[in-house]
Design a protein around this ligand. Structure first.
Ligand code: IFM
Length: 454
């Protein structure tokens, strides 16, 4: 039962769930799929907890119909999934693999047949390995293959997909992948990370015209992970450190996309590490968006630090509630973030494309998964979202992360974000209490109204 009065949202607001290809599909060697950087990373000892891999994951590639039935039973109105580039163009460039596209074609039709709107992300981190071998995201030559890939997917799926996001969380692709070595391909070089960030944004903008031509009635946008950032104290040095972290994490992506320039303070701070940018790149990056996808999990608290970075992450307050990832539960940050975005930018409509939490869920003796913590997390974030709408922010939908427990990148299967529990030995799906809560919440919202084209 809900523990707080549930806000209601405008008719037409979409309630969905999200997943990503490598995290759920498995079937890494089927129907012509080529290797991705995550296959390589997982095969490298010490990179992923417990040596876990995405080889089988949730076996969604084979169980997708059951998974769609499950979504339908929960009453979700929209499903955000990602397309695996190595299924569609296994070598990264060149021939399109029809069997790879067939899978997403069936998935999209299956969603539509169940009354669920498809939202597709084109790149959620599974880069074809041959493109990494050619230089990866720090290599400018990657832009054209991405455009060709985006063209192939949108040409085939067209307007049956309601919304296309080019990229998921380019900060993670660039910095976790090329700067901190925590994600594939596991490099540690700030200059490479920044060059990758530029080419990710450039590829995003370069792909938009083909995507719009192929799917004129769909919405086209990008998904960013954003963290409201706070100084650890009133000290001016902490305020300056927080501003820099905000620049590193948030403004470095928001400003070029929504203002057509990199933030001056960050450009100066990066010095020789700043990326090579060619004339016209920023015009391409700043092409109009139909939506901005915002992934929100927590906030950052930042302190000045004498170390080489000049700043460090401060711990949350001692009494702060945390998820199993160690992330502070800070629902009001969602309101603060959205209100700030609306104030600082000429903001397109927003979708919350991810929000959720990992907890150590396990079935009880009765087989049920009583994830009361996740219910509380979702209730409070949904209330915070309602506050943002109340303050005038144009938010059109919300996707819980995630439909089901899945491969949590370098944490492997140790962290469970799902509304639905997955027993990886049997692949049994068990809706947790949070899934029942979400279904009940959605059922109480105004009926979905037919929506005018974007
Ligand atoms: O699982 C990830 C997802 O792939 C991207 N956003 C954050 C989630 C939780 O860490």
């Amino acid at each position: 039962m809900p523990t707080e009065p549930l806000p209601t949202f405008p008719p037409g607001f979409r309630w969905g769930v999200a997943t990503a290809s490598y995290q759920i599909e498995g079937a890494v060697a089927e129907d012509g799929r080529g290797p991705s950087i995550w296959d390589t990373f997982c095969a490298t000892p010490g990179k992923v907890a417990d040596g876990d891999t995405g080889d089988v994951a949730c076996d969604h590639y084979h169980r997708w119909e059951d998974d769609l039935d499950l979504m339908q039973r929960l009453g979700v109105q929209a499903y955000r999934f990602s397309v695996a580039w190595p299924r569609v163009i296994p070598d990264g460039t060149g021939a399109v693999n029809a069997r790879g596209l067939d899978f997403y074609d069936r998935l999209v039709d299956g969603l539509l047949a169940r009354g669920i709107e498809p939202y597709a992300t084109l790149y959620h981190w599974d880069l074809p390995q041959p493109l990494q071998d050619a230089g990866g995201w720090p290599w400018r030559g990657i832009v054209e293959p991405f455009v060709a890939y985006a063209d192939a997917v949108t040409r085939r799926l067209g307007d049956r997909v309601r919304g296309y996001a080019t990229l998921n969380e380019p900060w993670c692709s660039a910095h976790l992948g090329y700067g901190f070595g925590e994600h594939a391909p596991g490099l540690r070089d700030l200059a490479q990370a920044l060059q990758a960030s530029h080419h990710l944004l450039l590829a995003h903008g370069a792909a938009l015209p083909a995507m719009r031509a192929n799917a004129p009635a769909a919405r086209h946008g990008i998904v960013l992970n954003l963290y409201p950032t706070f100084p650890a104290s009133d000290a001016p040095a902490d305020a300056a450190a927080a501003r820099r972290f905000d620049g590193f994490f948030n403004r470095w992506y928001l400003d070029p996309l929504l203002r057509g320039r990199y933030p001056d303070d960050m450009w100066a701070a990066y010095g020789a590490d700043a990326p090579a940018v060619e004339d016209g790149d920023l015009e391409v990056i700043a092409r109009p968006l139909d939506f901005l996808g915002v992934n929100y999990y927590s906030r950052s608290i930042v302190a000045a630090d004498p170390g080489p970075q000049g700043l460090s992450m401060a711990p949350p307050p001692a009494d702060a509630e945390r998820t199993e990832m160690g992330w502070e539960v800070y629902p009001q940050g969602l309101t603060e973030l959205l209100v700030r975005l609306d104030r600082d930018y000429d903001l397109p409509p927003v979708f919350i494309t991810e929000n959720g939490a990992a907890y150590p869920d396990a079935p009880g003796a009765d087989g049920r998964v009583d994830d009361a913590d996740r219910v509380r997390y979702l209730e409070r974030h949904v209330a915070a979202l309602a506050d943002a709408l109340g303050q005038g922010v144009d938010v059109r939908g919300y996707f819980a992360w995630s439909l089901m427990d899945n491969f949590e990148w370098s944490h492997g299967y140790a962290k469970r974000f799902g509304l639905v529990h997955v027993d990886y030995a049997t692949q049994a799906r068990t809706p947790k209490r949070s899934a029942r809560w979400y279904a009940d919440f959605i059922a109480r919202q105004p009926a979905v109204a037919a929506e005018a084209p974007a």
